[in-house]
Design a protein around this ligand. Structure first.
Ligand code: CA
Length: 356
């Protein structure tokens, strides 16, 4: 007994000695996200990442997530991670197209790859290689941070029957798709998220795009615009995790492995979460507002959109060799991947619908 008691005392003393030493080893990081911290599913990957990293590291690696409501710089994430005010960020790569046009490839491009095709390009082809190359100039590492899947083409108050119906149409549609629509005569505007509903309701704008049913339902657009167009412009919008390169290099091998694994898991989970949210929201929208009509843009309109997209992409490629190289890689991989998608998912869905 005496011997055991002695061991217990020794162990307790050791634990007391060990705990301050352990405490010094706790790594504390901060992550700034573009979204309000309550805006799921976009805000889910950072929250899940922080939880996983803490649990997997036994509390030796803590990531504090700060939403837009705290740092007030939703479009300053890349600069803040680059400058080291935050070790990590969560945002969308295409927000940085003004800094480098090649950043758009790591979110989505109009008529581009689906989620499965794009993840295959990221992880098992050249996607990740190019992603790190583009972000290297900012001394930042970039990783996939969650996908929305196909985004809807948006809510329209009037039906689009021809290219003429696009002329003078006032629409909120950002990014490269906005440039495409501008080429087709649309009066493209950018309006803060909080003012979108009122702008559409009052006729300040005639149409807008947001995400898909899961996120759109919270905005209420389905109550005031009856035409819901199918997607073309954001077939697989990927969010991004940004990491300050110097901060990452200082991590232990264990913490690096934990962080990389948790980012991949948190990113994948956002896709599942958003898929479920959209399926549930669409069921509710259809029931509560049976007047909603799902439409696909007429073929001549889609062909004009595709032509304008290719012209824009080729014009950027002519000015920027890196953009050209990545565009060629995307086009090469997509051509191959699409053949497989057609004889697998596409044909399966077609066949199962025929026997309904
Ligand atoms: Ca969108």
């Amino acid at each position: 007994m005496k011997f055991i008691a002695k061991i217990a005392v020794a162990a307790a003393a050791l634990a007391m000695l060990a705990s301050p030493a352990m405490a010094e080893k706790v790594v504390k990081w901060k992550l700034a996200e573009t979204w309000p911290s309550t805006l799921t599913p976009l805000a889910s990957p950072p929250a899940n990442l922080a939880k996983m990293v803490k649990e997997m590291s036994g509390g030796t690696f803590i990531i504090k997530v700060e939403g837009k409501e705290k740092h007030k710089a939703p479009l300053g994430i890349l600069d803040m991670v680059k400058g080291g005010q935050y070790q990590m960020g969560h945002s969308g790569s295409y927000y940085w197209k003004g800094k480098d046009i090649s950043t758009i490839f790591f979110t989505t491009i109009p008529f581009g790859m689906t989620t499965a095709e794009q993840y295959a390009w990221f992880y098992y082809d050249d996607g990740m290689k190019y992603m790190q190359q583009v972000y290297d100039k900012f001394k930042v590492l970039n990783f996939p941070g969650g996908n929305t899947g196909v985004q809807m083409g948006g809510w329209f108050k009037k039906e689009i029957n021809s290219l003429d119906d696009l002329k003078g149409l006032k629409m909120r549609i950002p990014g490269l798709a906005g440039e495409v629509f501008a080429k087709l005569g649309v009066n493209v505007t950018n309006i803060p998220a909080g003012e979108l509903y009122t702008s559409l309701d009052r006729g300040t704008i005639d149409a807008l795009e947001w995400v898909g049913p899961g996120m759109d339902i919270k905005m209420g657009f389905h109550k005031i615009a009856p035409y819901y167009y199918t997607g073309w412009h954001e077939p697989a919008s990927e969010m991004q995790f940004l990491i300050n390169k110097r901060a990452f290099e200082k991590l232990s091998a264990e913490h690096k492995a934990i962080l990389l694994t948790a980012m991949k898991a948190a990113a994948a989970d956002m896709y599942y979460e958003n898929f479920a949210a959209s399926a549930n929201a669409w069921e509710k929208m259809k029931t509560d507002f049976p007047n909603i009509k799902v439409k696909t843009f007429p073929l001549p309109v889609l062909k004009a959109m595709k032509k304008a997209t290719d012209e824009l992409l080729d014009s950027y490629a002519a000015k920027d060799p890196q953009f050209k190289e990545i565009l060629e890689s995307e086009r090469r991989f997509m051509k191959k991947a699409r053949q497989w998608t057609i004889i697998s998912d596409y044909k399966y869905i077609q066949t199962s619908m025929e026997v309904e």
